[in-house]
Design a binder for this molecule. Structure first.
Ligand code: G3I
Length: 428
């Protein structure tokens, strides 16, 4: 199994304590050390700067941002993977094809030790037709990671949304176990040891986990329901067994959302974990953690992590973002947040506390890592989410570690402080 002590870290240029970096944040004009293979550009150029003009529809590129200047490399502060989800190929904000792709790559190489493809390693991207696999875009991403000493967490071998389920599966009349096994094994087998782990199944639990049997009635569920009443759906077992048989040396995760505070989702998550553990096919649980400033509570995280730790499995925060307000489900726009130092300080505190509770609760050997879901605020999926949920002509909830101009936010400092064992504060 992959474990954190096996993780290949890149050479450290200079060990810089958080205390040192904090002093560097006081407006110092000193530049951070050069980062191989290229020196960082925009992420290293600003010190704590002026407040943003917080217009509801202003384009991010025309705003000023609150930024900190650090000389750290985030991944060097941790003995476990520090990851980021990225766009690639021809996606918007692609780290390869976007006009600022080179700057994005510099920031990624500077701060992260693991990549997740935000989209391009999902089912239909890799396996569009029954007899066709397309690995070119994924290979470009994995090769970029490899050549920069990073690893890749695969996302996701089995996930239900219509748009990304391969079309042929919708009408599949053949042997589902054989087909799903071939799908999983062909993908797992394609990649070398740069891909150290996979979300084997994503979001198998119903959006209403306390209704009916609590399972999402997806294409996969309907094709392979629980073989025994009260058991988990058969397709989950088939997918994990296939992945395990294909490569016993990679870590296999079950991944879901809102499975920290929502007792129904947490219980179903644990049910899946225990059933797969009995078959020896799971290594860890992925907590997506698309959270916001006031929900869930830190004690919710602690409780959920602890229960997985008690099972002896790994805990991975797979998709962390922290919106500054509730970006979900409100028909009435909430009071619109104002991008200012108070807001950014509070978000820094929250990022620090999330990292801290992870460190405090999960023993070193069970830390699968922490991945943020996107690089810069303006590329986050939450931009659309917030607009769609509220109807507001307003689209920014600033959930990530970097501003739209790729400068470092106070939130990044919050993560670094927790990793260094510093107390969490709003100060920056
Ligand atoms: O690439 C096309 C682009 O060419 C086209 O112009 C544009 C027009 O809509 O669409 C682009 O594709 C979009 C893609 O993101 C890349 O940006 C898809 O429409 C859009 O549906 C897709 O959304 C992704 C979403 O999953 C659905 O798969 C988000 O980026 C991605 O962040 C989000 O990630 C999910 C995790 O996989 C699972 N957990 C929840 C998380 C957030 O929803």
């Amino acid at each position: 199994m992959f474990n954190s002590s096996d993780f290949s870290f890149r050479p450290i240029l200079a060990a810089v304590s958080v205390a040192a970096l904090l002093s560097a944040c006081g407006g110092s004009s000193s530049s951070p050390p050069p980062i191989p293979p290229k020196s960082s550009s925009s992420a290293s150029s600003s010190s704590v700067s002026s407040e943003a003009s917080s217009s509801s529809s202003s384009s991010s590129s025309s705003s000023e941002f609150i930024a900190v200047e650090t000389d750290i490399r985030l991944f060097e502060q941790a003995e476990f993977p520090i990851g980021v989800a990225v766009s690639a190929a021809n996606e918007p904000f692609s780290i390869f094809n976007n006009t600022d792709g080179s700057d994005r790559r510099d920031v990624i190489v500077r701060h992260f030790s693991e990549l997740t493809a935000g989209n391009i390693m999902k089912m239909s991207y890799l396996h569009p037709q029954e007899d066709t696999y397309t690995f070119g875009d994924a290979d470009e991403l994995v090769n970029f990671a490899k050549s920069n000493g990073m690893k890749v967490h695969g996302h996701a071998l089995v996930w239900h949304p219509n748009y990304q389920v391969p079309g042929f599966m919708n009408n599949y009349q053949g042997d589902w176990v054989a087909m799903l096994t071939e799908h999983v094994q062909t993908i797992v087998n394609h990649f070398d040891d740069t891909v150290v782990s996979w979300d084997v199944v994503n979001e198998a639990i119903s959006d209403s986990p306390n209704q009916g049997d609590g399972w999402r009635q997806s294409l996969f569920y309907n094709a392979l329901p629980p073989a025994v009443e009260g058991d988990i759906p058969e397709y989950i077992k088939v997918a994990f067994q296939a992945a395990r048989d294909a490569n016993p040396d990679i870590d296999l995760y079950y991944n879901d959302y809102d499975n920290t505070a929502n007792p129904g989702r947490l219980n179903k998550t644990l049910e899946i974990a225990e059933a797969l553990q009995a078959e020896g096919t799971i290594d860890g649980v992925g907590f997506q953690m698309h959270i916001y400033q006031t929900y869930p509570s830190i004690s919710n995280f602690e409780n959920a992590f602890q229960q997985v730790v008690d099972l002896g499995l790994k805990v991975k925060i797979t998709e962390l973002d922290i919106a500054v307000v509730n970006p979900y489900g409100s028909a009435t726009p909430p009071a619109l947040p104002e991008y200012n130092e108070t807001l950014m300080g509070n978000q820094k505190l929250r990022y620090c506390q999330v990292t801290e509770v992870y460190l405090d609760t999960v023993p070193e050997a069970q830390r699968g890592g922490i991945t943020v879901w996107g690089l810069a605020d303006n590329e986050s999926w939450l931009m659309n989410q917030f607009r769609n949920a509220t109807g507001a002509d307003y689209d920014d909830v600033w959930p990530l570690l970097f501003n739209a101009d790729l400068t470092e936010k106070p939130a990044l400092l919050g993560v670094a402080e927790a990793l260094a064992g510093e107390p969490c504060t709003t100060d920056f």
